[in-house]
Design a protein around this ligand. Structure first.
Ligand SMILES: Cc1cc2nc3c(=O)[nH]c(=O)nc-3n(C[C@H](O)[C@H](O)[C@H](O)COP(=O)(O)OP(=O)(O)OC[C@H]3O[C@@H](n4cnc5c(N)ncnc54)[C@H](O)[C@@H]3O)c2cc1C
Length: 427
């Protein structure tokens, strides 16, 4: 391709590739396109004053860039090595920039895109992408605040709805729909969960746990609408459980939310789910209590035994939970515990029940579940199966992943795949 890329001040109205959004998948695609073919015209249109705003916030400012277990890991690493990013993989597979600075990743990608000659138009919200025809290979017209631009290819890379303060407000869903795509209803995932136990009228109220973190295992069960009991186990993960002022948080809880989909049209609701937490996953509290009962010191209380295993306010909550169930174990001497008491306290520690009431919304979510139907996207190329020349990358598509660098990995590989497909078609 011979055309020179647009410069922001150019009044030109045509380029080869328009990329809607200047986030992770967009920058990967733009850099790969220009690195492979310096003649291809690439214009990124970003609504924020600068691209890559969300990247700066990733990984709590450290940017968990990928994971050694992620699909496309080798290609992602080759890409970042080629553009000059030094990374470090940790024992758990998580990969970060060596500097542990998300801003470094954002700055490097932006700088490479600009140095390689991609044009980045900022402060420009794209409002419409339409099929078009015209001289040359025009197939699309993209309308944005400040102008219109025609192109042969369009990459819709405007993300989902998670983290709207970073610019991702779901615009891509509307644009994809206008171009003929179907949208699987997006819901926020990788987000904290509000539970009824935090309601001040609940006895005992779990607000006393706020601010506590503990190692544990969360298990999610789903009970069909109208059914009884906890239902079928659908998810389990060990990790750090964080108790907040409204419910549960932490990586294992975030990952759990990806499995909390329900269908209102068939009478399902969030109350079909039950979360249980094993608060002492490394041991058996019942055996420990029985052992203490055998070897009790004079005056040794059951609550005191629990406090040797659990954090104080968790032990307190466990005791208040069992006493709400009619078992007065808290003030008992451990030597006086009956087998029934030990059973009840043990179940509360290993199977503490929480009832989800609400998933925290888009502002706190780290990813969107749902989006452009994957039935309408070729996963090898990120290409639309509805419109030739259209590509859908990153979180806009109906693909979401657990925490650990997998969502950014998806953004990088889908952006790179779109670039490779365009380069092949444009030859
Ligand atoms: C707080 C937070 C932390 C995270 N941490 C991690 C992590 O450590 N590791 C990980 O793997 N994933 C993480 N994620 C998820 C990851 O950031 C996203 O999955 C990824 O950035 C999605 O990339 P994308 O290319 O789809 O779009 P994004 O990176 O979301 O970028 C989309 C861009 O499009 C722009 N845009 C939207 N609409 C328009 C429009 N109409 N016109 C012009 N521009 C528009 C937006 O302003 C935005 O810049 C995190 C997410 C959040 C919110």
């Amino acid at each position: 391709m011979k055309k020179e890329p647009l410069k922001i001040q150019d009044n030109c109205r045509y380029t080869d590739v328009v990329i809607v959004g200047g986030g992770a998948s967009a920058l990967a695609a733009a850099v790969e396109l220009r690195m492979s073919d310096p003649g291809i015209g690439v214009v990124i249109i970003e609504k924020n004053p600068a691209p890559a705003r969300k990247i700066r916030a990733t990984g709590s400012g450290r940017c968990n860039i990928t994971n050694t277990a992620a699909e496309g890991y080798i290609d992602i690493m080759k890409f970042f090595t080629r553009i000059g990013l030094v990374t470090r993989a940790y024992g758990n597979g998580l990969v970060y920039p060596y500097s542990e600075s998300a801003a470094d990743v954002a700055d490097l990608l932006t700088a490479r895109a600009q140095e390689l000659g991609a044009c980045i138009i900022t402060d420009a919200e794209v409002t419409h992408v339409r099929p078009a025809s015209g001289p040359g290979n025009v197939r699309f017209e993209t309308e944005y605040a400040g102008g219109r631009i025609r192109s042969e290819f369009v990459i819709l890379a405007c993300g989902g709805k998670a983290g709207p303060m970073f610019g991702t407000t779901g615009d891509g869903y509307r644009m994809a729909r206008e171009l003929g795509h179907s949208i699987v209803t997006p819901v926020p995932v990788l987000t904290p969960v509000e539970c009824t136990e935090w309601d001040p009228h609940h006895r005992p109220c779990a607000v006393s746990l706020a601010g506590t973190r503990t190692r544990g295992v969360v298990t999610l069960c789903k009970c069909p609408a109208g059914g009884s009991g906890h239902g079928t186990e659908i998810f389990e993960e060990a990790g750090e459980i964080q108790f907040t002022r409204f419910g549960l948080s932490g990586i294992c809880v975030f990952n759990m939310t990806r499995h909390m989909r329900y269908d209102r049209s068939i009478g399902e609701s969030l109350s079909d789910f039950t979360v249980t937490a094993d608060l002492y996953p490394d041991g058996d509290i019942k055996s420990f209590l029985r052992e203490r009962r055998e070897n009790a010191f004079p005056g040794e209380k059951a609550a005191g035994v629990l406090r040797t295993v659990l954090k104080d306010n968790i032990a307190e909550y466990v005791m208040r939970t069992v006493s709400a169930a009619g078992i007065q174990a808290a003030d008992k001497l451990v030597s006086d515990l009956t087998d029934g008491d030990i059973e009840t306290v043990g179940n509360a520690v290993h199977c503490m029940v929480f009832h989800p009431e609400k998933l925290r919304g888009w502002k706190e979510a780290q990813a969107s579940s749902g989006g452009v139907s994957m039935e309408e996207i070729d996963p090898e190329t990120s290409g639309s199966r509805i419109l030739d020349g259209l590509y859908i990358t990153g979180e806009l598509a109906d693909r979401d992943f657990r925490c650990g660098g997998f969502n950014l990995s998806n953004a990088w590989i889908t952006g790179l795949a779109a670039a490779h497909s365009i380069l092949q078609k444009a030859e």
